[in-house]
Design a protein around this ligand. Structure first.
Ligand code: GLY
Length: 278
């Protein structure tokens, strides 16, 4: 599947489940002093989450151009060092504004990855929020119960606030999340060491592909959490990472998202690109 097919499968899947497919918002954020650049698909929907705008279309999907070079989600230090972080990237997302919640978001994510993109379930791991004392939040039992219907329990890992509580910035909409990770290592390596040991350990072949955020709170200026008027779904899946998975590559840069540009740069500079597995 090339990147265009990957986007189409995503849009068709969510359109057939009642989602309106909308355009990417601009990368430079104009009306929000808390954010300089669009860092996630949910930014353009912030006022819907906060209850400041009327919800006209409760289910939406798109692919958002994101830039993570400043603020809370700043990946600048990783870029050029590894094979799967970028300054600018595309994030496929589906949203529910006060409509469906964890059950559908998790079931559909699983169905799309395993039935439509045909990713081997034996290569997948998922994480759920383990809770956080300082914020007074319990473990996400609801997400755990839904995952247990879909995937073996030893593949459901508990993770802390750093990895499994998504926040747009220092303030704003936030909530526990559940991530889906893929283990792309060769079978022999997978047999030797379980991928469960490598999730969230910066291994370049055991990577997060999709984050399902369960928006429930607003982080206030004093760092307290206030419940949002409604519960929402906000998901983000890295298009370039998914392309790496589906195209059987070991680096995002080896996919059709980057290769045409890299080839052109080779011609223009006379230099040779070599893919390097870290
Ligand atoms: N808003 C979900 C994410 O950026 O991962």
């Amino acid at each position: 599947m090339n990147a265009q097919d990957i986007r189409k499968v995503f849009f068709d899947f969510f359109a057939s489940r009642g989602h309106d497919v909308v355009a990417s918002a601009p990368m430079v954020v104009k009306d929000d002093p808390t954010l300089m650049f669009t860092n996630a698909g949910m930014n353009q929907f912030k006022d819907l989450f906060l209850g400041n705008s009327e919800i006209k279309e409760p289910r939406v999907a798109n692919t958002q151009k994101c830039l993570r070079v400043s603020g809370k989600h700043n990946d600048l230090e990783e870029v050029g060092v590894d094979t799967y972080h970028h300054t600018m990237f595309e994030m496929l997302g589906n949203w529910s504004f006060g409509d469906y919640f964890k059950k559908e978001a998790i079931q559909w994510a699983w169905e799309l990855l395993t039935d439509h993109y045909k990713i081997d379930p034996e290569k997948l791991y998922v994480t759920i929020f383990e809770g956080d004392q300082a914020d007074g939040l319990p473990m996400d039992e609801e997400a755990y119960a839904v995952w247990k219907e879909l995937i073996a329990e030893e593949r459901i890992l508990k993770a802390n606030k750093k990895d499994n509580f998504w926040e747009m910035g220092e303030t704003g909409p936030c909530g526990p999340c559940s991530e889906i990770h893929v283990d792309l290592r060769p079978e022999a390596e997978r047999r030797q060491l379980s991928g469960a040991e490598l999730v969230n350990q910066d291994h370049p072949q055991v990577i997060e592909v999709w984050n399902l955020v369960f928006m429930e709170f607003n982080r206030m200026g004093d760092q307290s959490l206030k419940s949002l008027p409604n519960k929402h779904i906000d998901t983000g899946m890295g298009l370039e990472r998914l392309a790496m998975v589906l195209q059987g590559k070991t680096s995002n840069y080896d996919t059709d998202v980057f290769q045409p540009y890299i080839k052109l740069i080779e011609v223009r500079t006379g230099m040779k690109y070599t893919s390097r597995r870290q």
